[in-house]
Design a binder for this molecule. Structure first.
Ligand code: MG
Length: 257
């Protein structure tokens, strides 16, 4: 069921968005060659412990697309890992492409956001796929206005992927956000313009384009039962914001400084 939020509830969601956006901003600055993925996880854990009213959306999360509780505080997906990367004892190397995906509940409201970046010297093609997901996210947000339809967001994202020549996986995409992390509607990363649910003020969704360079197929890493990797080993990137559709247009709740 699609739930609409009142303007007051959207106000109440802002602290969660600010908290998640702030943590990702810090991690973007502090994550370097030599950073261990478990340090990133511990950094987020500590932030959550220190913030009254904050709860991890991930640590006990056990949906049917994963294997048991996630048991960590942030998703760290490196190189051919694109989504749901379980942090493990791995020290980042020069040129690694890192995606961080973070969802936290603050005072009963969830915010969900993701960023991708390269540590050290970047391969230009890695920077390009990151840029494509950022552009697709911006295009999706621009289409997220009352009166448009869900398919307009999907189509805007898919158009950017096409312009770069990246295939699009439709299995995982954006979603409704509220008291829980994953609600209706599903926001596919490609679709038909002018089709689907009519967007209206009060709809809060995560928009999250993620692309892989040369495939739209993924597999689950049997080592942890969670991490999704590209079938052909090509690298992927992921950009995500939680946004609220209002009378005055979309508000990015997880905006970073
Ligand atoms: Mg997310």
């Amino acid at each position: 069921m699609i739930e609409l939020k009142t303007p007051k509830e959207i106000e109440e969601m802002k602290p969660a968005g600010k908290f998640v956006g702030g943590i990702l901003t810090e991690l973007r600055e502090t994550t370097k060659v030599g950073t261990n993925l478990l340090e990133i996880d511990e950094f987020v854990h500590k932030k959550i412990v220190d913030r009254k009213g904050a709860e991890s959306c991930y640590v006990d999360y056990a949906p049917d697309f994963g294997t048991g509780p996630f048991a960590h505080y942030i998703c760290t997906s490196v190189n051919d890992a694109v989504l749901h990367g379980v942090p493990y004892d791995y020290t980042l190397k020069d040129g690694d492409l890192v995606s961080l995906d973070l969802a936290i509940n603050v005072d009963g409201w969830v915010a969900d956001s993701a960023i991708s970046f390269v540590v050290g010297n970047a391969d230009p093609s890695d920077l390009e796929i990151i840029k494509s997901t950022e552009e697709a996210l911006a295009a999706g947000i621009e289409a997220a206005v009352a009166g448009n339809r869900l398919g307009d967001i999907s189509h805007a994202i898919g158009d950017v992927a096409r312009s770069y020549g990246y295939p699009v996986n439709l299995e995982f995409g954006g979603h409704g956000v509220g008291h829980i992390m994953h609600g209706d509607p599903h926001v596919a990363n490609d679709g038909k313009a002018h089709h689907g649910y009519k967007l209206r003020p009060g709809l809060v969704i995560a928009i999250e384009p993620w692309f892989m360079k040369t495939t739209d197929e993924i597999y689950q890493d049997p080592k942890d039962g969670w991490t999704l990797r590209s079938q052909d080993g090509s690298r992927g990137a992921h950009s995500e914001h939680t946004i609220a559709i209002t009378e005055d247009g979309p508000i990015i709740l997880t905006a970073r400084d």
